[in-house]
Design a protein around this ligand. Structure first.
Ligand code: ATP
Length: 382
């Protein structure tokens, strides 16, 4: 009996029928606990407090036996102890490993729901999912299904990425970004292997949010002819099957500008729990977005600024446009050596900016019409 060991599955055609494929899974939580306990015992460090041990075990998910031991040894040799601080080192090392693997990116999460102006329907929906995700064992026992994820589509610069980040903060889990561009490899079978690896990594790190950005670009050209299109079609099938059968606590947030380009299978029930579309912010939403961005930069000036006037002047502007306007207004007040930012500074910035609807009016209109027709939920509370 021959045993071949390899990090990638590449079996010559002639040998396929003689081979049995055994895939080595990532370590389970109990196994990680064992590795850590053995290390502590070997180094005569005694045992850890149960809660700390639980946190360390979760932090180590997705790493191999050797990697776990290396990190523990590194921390012990540099600080002389294993304690809560160790978790920072684990996360740092894990980020490095994920970066080295080059398929997923671990995104630092700073923004929360409070940083999003409007989009109340979507925020409420996410809050309900948070109740489930924060105590999965209890929810499962009650008969609740684990959430699969959400597809957020719509106008650029209106908070799709912001929602992906805020959901990770809300669920108190890490945020992993899957860049489909990086998945595509140049060798036969490489792309499929990359996607399999990315999914396995995300499942090992679960609970987590897996953010698939620009979904329509990833799966454009499906069903077409030629090598490239075939690979995309296979990847798409692989992704769909995973979404359909997914039992792990990987919550997928897929974002896309125009999902009309996406294959209809993706929109069928059972893949995403819900599909939301975001449109240009309403009057009330623009007010909140102005308050958030002025509040972040010049909290003391907020009370003297005429937000009503700003809101009236910005019909058709996106959230990103509004952020740009606030930045511009603050900068110009500073350059002009003023001590406060005033309404006029921001109005000037508005006048020198073209709104998104001016730039792409037709596309936005078409998108909204199509989303309404498909009966996707609107992210805003209309
Ligand atoms: P794209 O499709 O171009 O990636 P997007 O919809 O993902 O756009 P974001 O990246 O979420 O847009 O938004 C860009 C920036 O605009 C954000 O960093 C944020 O500062 C601001 N912004 C957009 N929408 C909102 C909002 N509803 N509330 C507060 N800020 C917003």
């Amino acid at each position: 009996t021959f045993i071949f060991i390899s990090p990638v599955v590449k079996i010559p055609k002639e040998l396929e029928k003689y081979m049995v494929l055994l895939e080595e899974d990532f370590l389970k939580e109990e196994e990680i606990r064992e590795v850590v306990s053995e290390f502590l015992e070997e180094c005569s460090l005694g045992s850890l407090h149960e809660k700390l041990m639980d946190e360390i075990v979760v932090a180590f998910k997705g790493l191999s036996n050797l990697e776990i031991e290396t990190i523990l040894a590194l921390d012990l040799s540099s600080r002389g102890t294993i304690d809560r601080e160790t978790i920072h080192l684990i996360i740092e090392q894990k980020q490095q490993m994920i970066r080295k693997a080059g398929i997923l990116e671990m995104i630092p999460v700073n923004e929360g729901l409070e940083d999003i102006g409007g989009l109340e329907n979507l925020k409420n929906w996410l809050q309900k999912k948070a109740v489930i995700l924060k105590d999965m064992a209890k929810a499962k026992k009650f008969g609740v299904e684990l959430p699969k994820g959400v597809l957020i589509a719509g106008v650029p610069g209106c908070g799709k990425s912001l929602n992906a980040k805020a959901s990770a903060k809300l669920f108190e889990v890490p945020l992993l970004k899957l860049d489909m561009g990086r998945i595509m490899g140049k060798y036969v079978g490489e792309s499929e292997e990359n996607l399999r690896h990315a999914i396995a990594l995300a499942e090992a790190i679960a609970p987590c949010v897996l953010w698939v950005d620009e979904l329509e670009k990833a799966f454009a050209g499906i069903g077409g002819n030629g090598g490239g299109a075939e690979v995309t079609t296979r990847l798409f099938g692989q992704f769909l099957t995973w979404m359909q059968e997914k039992k792990s606590a990987v919550f997928v947030v897929a974002t896309a500008n125009d999902i009309m380009k996406l294959p209809p299978e993706l929109m069928r029930k059972g893949r995403f729990d819900e599909i939301f579309y975001v449109k240009l912010p309403t009057r009330e939403e623009r007010r909140k977005i102005f308050e958030i961005h002025i509040g972040k930069r010049r909290p003391d000036d907020l009370k003297d600024i005429n937000i009503d006037k700003l809101v009236s002047e910005t019909e058709g502007y996106s959230g990103a446009d509004i952020e740009g306007i606030v930045k511009g207004g603050v900068e110009s007040a500073y350059v002009n050596k003023k001590s406060n930012v005033e309404t006029e500074d921001i109005i000037e910035a508005i006048e020198s900016t073209h709104s998104l609807s001016e730039v792409m009016e037709k596309e936005i209109y078409e998108m909204e019409r199509a989303y309404k027709e498909k009966k996707f939920k609107c992210a805003s509370d209309e």
